[in-house]
Write a protein that binds this ligand. Structure first.
Ligand SMILES: Cc1cc2nc3c(=O)[nH]c(=O)nc-3n(C[C@H](O)[C@H](O)[C@H](O)COP(=O)(O)O)c2cc1C
Length: 149
C-alpha cells in the first residue's frame, strides 16, 4: 500500500514534525497543500489529510483542498491532527466539511498534542509544551506503518 499525506502546518510546525516522521516510511510521500495542487495523487491507495486544529477546526487550506479533491474509486482517506486538547470530534467536523464521498472512504485518524502558544496559552509558556515528543513521533510511525503494511 502506498500513502500520500497532504498537510498544512502553520503554528509551530507540530503537524509537519509528525508528517515528516510518517514520511520516513518508504511507502509514504508527503506534500504541502501547494505541492499537492501540482501533484498526481491517483497512484496512491491511501490519502491523508493533516493539520493542526485552529478554532476547533482543521486548517482552511486543507479543508478547501479536500473539498475540491475527488478520491479515486479505491482510494481511502485518513486524518492526521495535532491539537492542544481533543475536546470535540474534530475528525467528524472535518469530514462533514469535505464531503459525503470522503466520509464513506474514511478509515481513521492519528492525533497527538502539539505545542500551543496562541493567545492566553502563550502568557504561561504555552500548552502541550514539548509536543509532539519522541513518544508521539514513535506512535505516528507505528500508526502509518500499520496503514501501509
Ligand atoms: C489560532 C489557533 C487556534 C487554535 N485552536 C485550537 C483549538 O480550538 N483546539 C485545540 O485543541 N488546539 C488549538 N490550537 C492549538 C493547535 O492546534 C496546536 O498548537 C497544533 O499542534 C498546531 O499545529 P501546527 O504547528 O502544525 O500548525 C490553536 C492554535 C492556534 C494558533
Amino acid at each position: 500500500m502506498k500513502a500520500a499525506i497532504v498537510y498544512q502546518s502553520v503554528h509551530h510546525k507540530n503537524t509537519q514534525k509528525i508528517v515528516e516522521a510518517m514520511g520516513e516510511n518508504p511507502n509514504v510521500d508527503i506534500y504541502t497543500v501547494a505541492e499537492a495542487k501540482e501533484a498526481d495523487l491517483s497512484g496512491y491507495d491511501l490519502i491523508g489529510m493533516a493539520s493542526g486544529v485552529y478554532g476547533a477546526s482543521m486548517h482552511k487550506a486543507i479543508l478547501d483542498f479536500f473539498s475540491d479533491f475527488t478520491l479515486g474509486e479505491n482510494q481511502k482517506l485518513f486524518i492526521v491532527l495535532t491539537y492542544t486538547v481533543h475536546y470535540a470530534n474534530f475528525e467528524a467536523k472535518a469530514l462533514k466539511t469535505v464531503g459525503a464521498d470522503k466520509q464513506e472512504k474514511y478509515i481513521g485518524s492519528f492525533g497527538c498534542k502539539g505545542f500551543n502558544t496562541f493567545g492566553p496559552f502563550g502568557w504561561f509558556g504555552g500548552a502541550a509544551k514539548g509536543h509532539p515528543d519522541d513518544k508521539d513521533v514513535e506512535n505516528a510511525k507505528a500508526y502509518i506503518a500499520g496503514l501501509v503494511k
